[in-house]
Design a protein around this ligand. Structure first.
Ligand code: LMR
Length: 394
């Protein structure tokens, strides 16, 4: 049986991680996978997470199964964090999932089940695993223009023209904030234009929000998601706690299915529970319980928000430092976009051979499409990277 297996295409982010580990150079710089690192290169356990875990160890009396949708208190806490009351609670069906990726996967399965004809419109570029899962599920995808490689901002006219080709019932996958991999985001006016188009053409928005709190702030980063969710009849939202709670390996996510009519919610909930049961049965609980503990305790929540804000500001500071260092070396502001982008990533807009040269000549690892993880930098490596970028001719 097994000899019939064919090698699968490697995920380019995870393949890069392996390549980095195997590189013996001691001065190599990892700007690949999207994991936050502090100035010492460490991905710390956040203070509130430690405290919540200690509390759970003290007080938890059972590890028996939760419900198929996870702990309802977790859904409530996350719905409030992401949607902030923008949508009536009784019109939202929610399922805890193994990480944001689990939520994305379950959302795609739900789409396929509800409307096998639906095509999913994805930004060009998008997170590679969106495309990989869609292909695996045999769901047709259509790319819409998104990144303008001249300005390194959003090609908004191209985006709207391409989304104009979507048929009623097609799904538009949007990044709620901190677009991965580009770092380029829509402004409030542009979001409204997208919403109007979605409503005019009968499209279904699906929002992937994996970096809330990493861009302009916890509330600001959720603003677009809230606006979309409160302006359309139906919407899917895949949220991740990996980054903003720093609990990557705990696999903590939530899928929300919103409908205009609360009478639809029980069927949506039952379907999400069915899909969980088919794929993994009960969702992981530890990370979800940590998140719930933090979000429902005033002191822990305040401490978590303070630490998240430190993380966010440190990434903004790294962006400014890198843009400044490049401005000095290039003698122009052609890298100013780095300070405008938001979130963990920026796309440099460099050709793949130059990205390969950065790796080979300078030990700088970034994803082949020239996505760099800003949080992989620190005060020591910024000048090294700036020198390498200029020496490479980017
Ligand atoms: C990334 O884009 O680097 C992260 O979302 C991690 C992953 O799973 O790819």
């Amino acid at each position: 049986m097994f000899d019939a297996l064919k090698p699968q295409p490697a995920d380019k982010i995870l393949a890069l991680m392996a390549e980095f580990r195997a590189d013996p150079r001691t001065d190599k710089i990892d700007l690949g996978v999207g994991v936050y690192r502090n100035a010492d290169g460490v991905t710390p356990v956040m203070r509130a997470v430690k405290a919540a875990e200690a509390r759970l160890i003290e007080t938890q009396t059972t590890k028996a199964y939760t419900g198929l949708l996870g702990d309802p208190a977790y859904s409530d806490a996350m719905i409030s964090l992401v949607l902030g009351g923008a949508v009536a609670r009784d019109s939202i069906a929610a399922a805890a999932t193994p990480g944001g990726t689990g939520a994305v996967r379950q959302a795609f399965e739900l789409i396929r089940m509800a409307n096998p004809q639906a095509r999913v419109f994805v930004s060009n570029p998008t997170w590679p695993n969106h495309l990989s899962i869609l292909k695996y599920l045999d769901i047709e995808t259509v790319a819409y223009r998104y990144f303008d490689s001249d300005t390194r901002g959003v090609d908004f006219d191209g985006m709207i023209a391409d989304l104009g080709q979507a048929r009623p019932g097609d799904v538009v996958l949007l990044h709620g904030c901190c677009h991965n991999p580009t770092g380029a985001n829509l402004n409030a006016v542009e979001w409204q234009v997208v919403i109007d188009l979605i409503n005019k053409n009968g499209l279904i928005p699906m929002i992937d929000i994996a970096y809330q709190g990493f861009g302009d702030g916890l509330e600001q980063d959720a603003a677009a998601t809230r606006l979309v969710a409160s302006s359309v009849p139906e919407c899917l939202i895949a949220a991740s706690c990996s980054k903003n709670f720093g609990i990557y390996r705990e696999r903590t996510g939530l899928l929300m299915a919103i409908s205009a009519n609360s009478a639809q919610t029980p069927l949506n909930s039952d379907t999400l529970a069915f899909l969980n049961r088919q794929n993994f049965s009960f969702p992981p609980d530890h990370g979800a319980r940590v998140v719930t503990t933090i979000l429902t305790d005033d002191a822990l929540r305040a401490d978590w928000m303070a630490e998240l804000e430190e993380v966010r500001l440190s990434m903004l500071d790294l962006r400014t430092q890198l843009a400044d260092a490049l401005q000095q070396r290039a003698g122009s502001d052609r890298f100013a976009f780095l300070a405008q982008h938001r979130g963990m990533f920026s796309r440099l807009g460099a050709a793949p051979e130059l990205v390969a040269k950065l790796k080979e000549d300078h030990g700088v690892y970034m994803v082949g499409d020239s996505r760099l993880n800003i949080a992989g930098l620190n005060a020591r490596t910024i000048p090294v990277l700036a020198d390498a970028i200029i020496a490479t001719g980017i």
